[in-house]
Design a protein around this ligand. Structure first.
Ligand SMILES: Nc1ncnc2c1ncn2[C@@H]1O[C@H](COP(=O)(O)OP(=O)(O)OP(=O)(O)O)[C@@H](O)[C@H]1O
Ligand SMILES: [Mg+2]
Length: 323
């Protein structure tokens, strides 16, 4: 089966002070129609930049190599004006911070309607009716009043619902949700995850859910990819990952999840050390300096299996082979 989104050997680097700094290193992944893929990893591991490359929205000092294909379109080779036919309609992104990704000086109704006017050829009056219906679908209370409000007049949870609604307006085939719950308190987080689950079931869209929180992703994703220092180091189903994490980094991440079953309140474990800086390069596994199992010269599975749809898991090497 041809995947909906296919990313092959994508690298992203930034030129800064005359140096080229690698932020994403040869990432390959695929997303099938209706599938939900979770992406987890520490801050700075490259999660957002992979999908900024997919959307063709990298910063001006960035360079992307490799291949990104969405529904047959070669995204990296497509000019921005042609990309707009796909981006925002069939392929949409819910950005990391709903406060800054909504336009502050435009009313919610105008921002929602504009998507339909630009991408679906609707008139403004038709688009406003559809925008109101969408606010109802994403459970925004008092939708007519909200259409006439500015983003700063809405709570964080409501802004996130508006962003989710906006991403679904044109019945997309794939939605990329970048940390959709990070800025929200725990109860609102749970509501937003429930909303994403319901939307997936209703609309049947594929979903990429990016988060630094494994527990959030585990409840929704069919498959989870773990990123470290710009690379995918492990790919597995949530159950496999929680039962038998292969990569030491994943195992350490799992230890950091709070559990209600622990006998008494204990200090949560944290990962010792710091991830490498984007420009750093190490032979072998980038996690080795922080890895408690590095001395074992652990089993190495090479080469990486192509993470195409249907392949259950692959694990990157995490220590150079013994000489
Ligand atoms: N315009 C830029 N110029 C230079 N470096 C950049 C630029 N944008 C991003 N980076 C670097 O790329 C790396 C990867 O960033 P990215 O935003 O993908 O991280 P992330 O995994 O999404 O982190 P977080 O969980 O904090 O959102 C980071 O080290 C970041 O500093
Ligand atoms: Mg990010």
């Amino acid at each position: 089966m041809t995947p909906l989104l296919s990313i092959e050997e994508v690298s992203v680097s930034f030129s800064q002070h005359k140096r080229s700094i690698a932020a994403v290193r040869q990432v390959s992944l695929a997303v099938a129609a209706r599938e939900c893929v979770g992406i987890v990893g520490e801050s700075g591991s490259g999660k957002t930049q992979v999908f900024m490359a997919v959307m063709g929205l990298l910063a001006a000092n960035a360079r992307a190599d490799g291949s990104v294909r969405f529904e047959g379109h070669d995204i990296l080779a497509t000019a921005p004006e042609h990309l707009n036919r796909v981006r925002g309609s069939k392929l949409t992104m819910i950005f990391q911070d709903p406060m800054t990704s909504l336009t502050p000086h435009l009313k919610i109704g105008t921002q929602l309607a504009e998507v339909l006017v630009c991408h679906a050829g609707k008139s403004w009056s038709e688009a406003r009716i559809a925008a109101r219906r969408m606010l109802e679908r994403v459970r925004v209370p008092e939708p007519i009043r909200r259409l006439n409000q500015y983003p700063h007049e809405l709570s964080g949870g409501l802004r996130q619902r508006v962003m989710i609604g906006m991403s679904l307006l044109c019945d997309p085939m794939l939605v990329i949700a970048d940390e959709p719950t990070t800025a929200l308190d725990v109860t609102v987080q749970a509501q937003i995850i429930e909303l994403l689950r319901a939307m997936r079931e209703e609309v049947g869209t594929a979903l990429v859910l990016i988060s630094h929180d494994l527990a959030v992703v585990a409840g929704l994703a069919d498959r989870i990819l773990v990123m470290y220092a710009g690379r995918i180091v492990e790919s597995a189903t949530a159950v496999e990952l929680f039962r038998h994490a292969q990569h030491p980094y994943t195992a350490e991440l799992l230890k950091c999840i709070p559990s209600l079953s622990s006998p008494r309140l204990e200090r949560l474990p944290t990962l010792a050390g710091q991830p490498p800086q984007p420009g750093d390069s190490l032979p072998g596994c980038m996690f080795a300096p922080r890895c408690s199992r590095a001395a074992e010269r652990c089993r190495v599975e090479r080469p990486l299996l192509a993470p195409t749809v249907g392949i259950a898991r692959h694990v990157a090497c995490h220590y150079p082979l013994p000489p």
